[in-house]
Design a binder for this molecule. Structure first.
Ligand code: NAD
Length: 379
């Protein structure tokens, strides 16, 4: 058998990541596996063409020829319509496909006979941990969010005792303690901030506390009406959406914690739905002048009602960042992890007769959105 993996240059606005690094390519290359990248594909992430050539990757200038020869295509962002049309029948495409937002693209890929694997749909089972791109990218986003917050704050994070007096530590509140939130908590702690975490999944308390942060318990003193619902978790480990009344109650109880914080980092997502609004206009009104919100849920509409996705706004003296594609701002490491996720997902599909798509596989089945002309997502 022989399998050819191709990696085009990303064309989406502002996308600086590449789907495979030279180091990742080196691990995949063998007598049976060849790899080609489009000229300049890794440059923005810090990987020049020569670094790929050094490990035996072919660098191809013609994107049409590259895709036309591929058995497998690794990408970061979903392909454009034209890129989708350039994929040949039977090819396996693996990328962050944003399946909930891309119904038309998915139809188009199915129409072209492409087998499309959406990294977002890789199940969170132990065997698939190395393939989990949502985690690898969220981890980096959580780290970067703290740096963004610290950079916009007119005070330092740690306690500082000087001859001129003592400076008290900044108070950082992280709302949503999943992968991004826990990394944000760990990073804020490393910088010395007085750090608090909150999530509707009560199971998270222990993880927050093990990082040396304090857990915001909305049930405390409310007779259990606070909304840190023990069952607000799905079987897949994700959060369930709260009813509007529950959400309002949650916001009311969170308001005083938000008002005391210097930096609030929000990461709350519910898969396939708009992100919940955790910080309302009124809550921003009550925040201290000079405080900062970093809203990592901008791509899903934002966790703060005043967030403008992709922008930074200053409202009533509070700086509100809602950056998009935060992992893309760390393209070197984001590409390194994403490339490993893609390799771990696709390598087990290589069989004696080439690439085998086993829809009964407990990872490939759930993340395969199109195959043999059929749309499988949402079916
Ligand atoms: P996510 O990105 O979907 O959401 C981020 C966080 O926001 C979650 O912790 C969620 O509970 C929280 N959230 C949602 N609505 C909220 C609200 N109204 N108020 C407060 N918080 C709210 O989640 P994620 O980071 O992808 O992780 C989800 C879970 O999956 C975590 O428990 C994580 O540890 C687990 N996980 C398991 C594996 C594995 O076993 N292979 C891999 C990765 C993650």
């Amino acid at each position: 058998m022989s399998v050819r993996i191709c990696v085009p240059r990303e064309t989406a606005d502002g996308e600086s990541r590449v789907a495979l690094t030279p180091d990742g390519a080196k691990r995949l290359l063998s007598d049976d596996v060849s790899i080609a990248i489009e000229t300049g594909a890794g440059r923005a992430a810090g990987f020049p063409d020569a670094a790929y050539e050094d490990v035996g990757v072919e660098v191809v200038a013609d994107a049409g020829r590259l895709l036309g020869e591929a058995d497998v295509v690794f990408k970061v962002a979903p392909p454009s319509g034209d890129e989708a049309d350039g994929l040949r029948e039977g090819v396996v495409l693996a990328c962050l496909l944003r399946p909930h937002e891309n119904a038309a693209l998915i139809e188009r890929l199915a129409g072209g006979g492409v087998t499309a694997l959406a990294l977002e749909l890789v199940p969170r089972i132990t065997r698939a941990q190395s393939m989990d791109a949502l985690s690898s990218q969220s981890n980096l986003a959580g780290y970067k969010a703290v740096l963004l917050g610290a950079n916009s704050l007119g005070r330092i994070f740690p306690l500082l005792m000087t001859a001129a007096g003592t400076l008290s530590p900044a108070r950082v509140l992280v709302l949503g303690a999943g992968v991004a939130g826990l990394q944000a908590i760990a990073t804020a702690r490393r910088l010395g901030a007085d750090t608090w975490g909150y999530d509707i999944r009560a199971a998270v308390r222990e993880e927050v506390e093990s990082l040396g942060a304090k857990f915001v318990d909305l049930d405390e003193g409310t007779g259990g009406a606070g909304g840190a619902a023990a069952d607000a978790e799905t079987e897949g480990g994700y959060a369930k959406a709260l009813e509007e009344a529950e959400q309002a109650r949650q916001r009311e109880l969170l308001a005083q914690h938000v008002a005391r914080a210097d930096v609030v980092i929000t990461t709350a997502l519910v898969p396939g739905r708009r992100a919940p609004v955790l910080i309302t206009d009124d809550m921003v009104d009550r925040m201290k002048v000079g405080s900062v919100v970093v809203d990592l849920a901008g791509e899903a509409g934002g966790n703060c009602s005043l967030s403008a996705p992709g922008e930074t706004v200053v409202e009533r003296g509070v700086t509100i960042h809602a950056p998009l594609n935060v992992p893309g701002s760390l393209p070197y490491h984001a590409s390194q992890l994403l490339g490993r996720n893609l390799s771990a997902l696709v390598k087990p599909m290589f069989g004696e007769d080439g690439v085998v798509v086993d829809l009964d596989d407990d990872v490939i089945g759930p993340c395969c959105v199109t195959h043999a002309g059929e749309v499988r997502f949402g079916a």
